[in-house]
Design a protein around this ligand. Structure first.
Ligand code: ADP
Ligand code: MG
Length: 362
């Protein structure tokens, strides 16, 4: 029998997971409160709220195993589902990854460094902590943030006075700004047999908190091996099953974990064409306790995100080693609606191909 995989959350990550699973004969059912969720274009979509137990019960009956495409699925939903069907990653991991404070505390518990931080419950606590960080910090909500949402740059005491009072009704964390040289991510896959694999290091560029570009492999620097080692240590310590992504800040002589994503990740989209096995396939393999596929790549890859809108006529642009991914989502400012991957055999060739594509797009 073909395994039937249930995915909580039906965005582009679920969609790409399914598209990687179909050639292996897997089947998919998605669960999402949004009837327009774009994975629904490629498989059965159940539309219900995450705490609708009747709907979850029906969902569990349809599938053999459950995973997620969104780290803010309520932990109680995952706990409910876990009583009926195997779930990966586990509710315990999700609980940590949903909360920037628990995430940082977990890193520290195994000796993995993060940016300096303070928990914040009031404006006066914020004033005290911001001063400690020389007014060079970022205030973040502990939960529910993504794509830079729920973040406030603090550069002065005035910034703090200007913040609306209702911000302080949420649990907050203040992070010292890391003057990083670059941002990188490590994609790790681990299955229940303890097999663990990482893809080459990804170098990421963000604009206004949203990922815009990933280049792989990142130009080699002395701290790279340590980033990969920390990511593996975290996966093992969490007893993680599936794909886990760790985002890092690299400075001249230090690395700090920024955050972890308990799921496949935007910085791993290039693996579809750029690696022997994609992050999506290995996530499914890990959950099904199958051997993990090779994570090696041949050459280099660049992933360019399309945010808000596509330039006109993109599909008329064809190039060898250029791949378009359009998610079928309604374009909206700040929304990720697709990406392109470019493959090349050298850094110079990759650079030329990016410049050429940008030129063609006008
Ligand atoms: P999200 O969950 O929205 O991805 P992140 O914490 O990863 O939130 O923040 C988004 C981006 O904002 C980061 O990739 C980085 O570019 C910038 N940023 C966040 N925190 C810091 C920090 N402490 N120091 C420097 N830059 C930061
Ligand atoms: Mg991030």
């Amino acid at each position: 029998m073909n395994p039937k995989i249930g995915i909580l959350g039906a965005g582009q990550l679920a969609r790409m997971m399914a598209m990687s699973g179909y050639p292996m004969g897997f089947e998919f059912v998605f669960f999402d409160p949004n009837p327009e969720a774009c994975a629904g274009h490629v498989g059965e979509l159940m539309v219900a709220e995450y705490h609708n137990e009747l709907a979850l019960e029906e969902f569990c009956q349809k599938v053999d195993i459950v995973t997620l495409d969104f780290e803010n699925v309520p932990v109680e939903t995952l706990r409910f589902v876990q009583k009926k069907k195997p779930v990966f990653p586990s509710p315990e991991v999700l609980e940590i990854a949903q909360d920037r404070l628990l995430e940082k505390q977990f890193c520290h518990s195994i000796g993995v460094p993060t940016a300096e931080f303070e928990t914040i419950n009031s404006r006066s606590e914020l004033k005290f902590a911001a001063k400690k960080f020389d007014y060079d910090a970022i205030l973040k909500t502990r939960r529910m943030g993504y794509d830079g949402k729920g973040q406030y740059r603090i550069k002065s005491a005035e910034n703090i006075n200007q913040l609306p009072e209702d911000i302080f009704s949420q649990d907050l964390i203040l992070e010292k700004r890391v003057a990083f040289k670059r941002e990188v991510s490590v994609i790790v896959a681990r299955n229940g047999l303890g097999d663990i694999k990482t893809w080459p290091l990804c170098e990421n560029k963000h604009k206004e908190g949203i990922l815009t570009t990933t280049i792989v492999p990142a130009k080699s620097l002395p701290l790279d091996d340590l980033s990969i080692e920390y990511a593996k240590q975290l996966a093992v310590a969490l007893n993680y099953i599936g794909v886990l992504v760790i985002e890092f800040f690299q400075t001249e002589d230090h690395i700090f974990v920024n955050e972890m994503a308990p799921r496949v990740h935007n910085s791993g989209h290039w693996t579809i064409e750029g690696a022997h096995t994609s992050q999506f396939e290995n996530h499914l393999r890990a959950g099904l306790n199958l051997p993990l596929g090779s994570t090696e790549m041949t050459g280099m890859a660049a992933m360019l995100n399309w945010i808000g809108a596509f330039p006109d006529g993109v599909l008329s642009i064809t190039e060898p080693d250029l791949f378009w991914h359009i998610y079928g989502k309604e374009p909206r400012p700040g929304r990720k609606i697709g990406h392109s991957t470019l493959l090349a055999s050298s850094p110079q060739q990759l650079h030329d191909k990016i410049v050429n594509l940008v030129k063609k797009l006008g």
